[in-house]
Design a protein around this ligand. Structure first.
Ligand SMILES: [Fe+2]
Length: 192
């Protein structure tokens, strides 16, 4: 059960973080974590009372921006707002941890991939598209460790989403993938 609070009180980041701590203390099963965190992430994403102007500040060089809302001192339980410029996105990547993404504003196109090579080369991977999901406000994209996706904003407005990870993604071992060349390399992002 989520932390007790009055029904007319908005769900806050603080309460969300308390819930994340409780859930991950009770289980390390990623399926269960995602199943329990998902509805809470949706609740925080659609609430919006906590959103600030700084969460809309874009990064033209990267195409998207990540604004850190919370991380534990050991870099676990990292929560970000990510915003995406029109026509921009992130290349196929994994996270090195579990990920729960909830739409805040606008539609973000998520393409999910399966890795189909024999994993014999550390710097090479072949990916196959599994599915494509246009994630709208309040909708969830969830991945266990190793799940690969790309994100693109095909709309003409900046989109926002709430991203929660088992660990800050610049503190995990993770990769980005080049669909044309098969190159697999480190993926670090600029975070505000
Ligand atoms: Fe991602």
């Amino acid at each position: 059960m989520p932390s007790p609070q009055a029904k007319d009180q908005p769900y806050t980041l603080e309460t969300y973080v308390e819930d994340l701590r409780r859930i991950t203390a009770e289980t390390d099963d990623e399926d269960e974590i995602i199943r329990r965190v998902g509805p809470l992430a949706q609740r925080l994403a659609v609430n919006k009372s906590w959103l600030q102007d700084k969460h809309y500040v874009t990064n033209a060089e990267q195409g998207f921006n990540a604004i850190l809302l919370h991380e534990e001192p050991d870099h676990s339980l990292a929560v970000f707002v990510a915003n995406w410029l029109p026509g921009r996105g992130a290349p196929p990547h994994d996270h090195g941890t579990w990920a729960v993404v909830a739409g805040i504003e606008g539609v973000e196109r998520n393409t999910r991939y399966a890795r189909v090579d024999d994993r014999s080369r550390p710097d090479y991977a072949e990916l196959e598209v599994k599915n494509e999901i246009d994630a709208d406000e309040g909708e969830l994209i969830c991945m266990k460790t190793g799940g690969i996706h790309s994100v693109r904003n095909e709309t003409d407005k900046v989109t926002l989403s709430l991203h929660t990870y088992g660990r800050h993604v610049n503190h995990t071992v993770r990769s980005q993938y080049n669909l044309e060349t098969g190159e697999k390399k480190d993926f670090k992002v600029h975070v505000d």
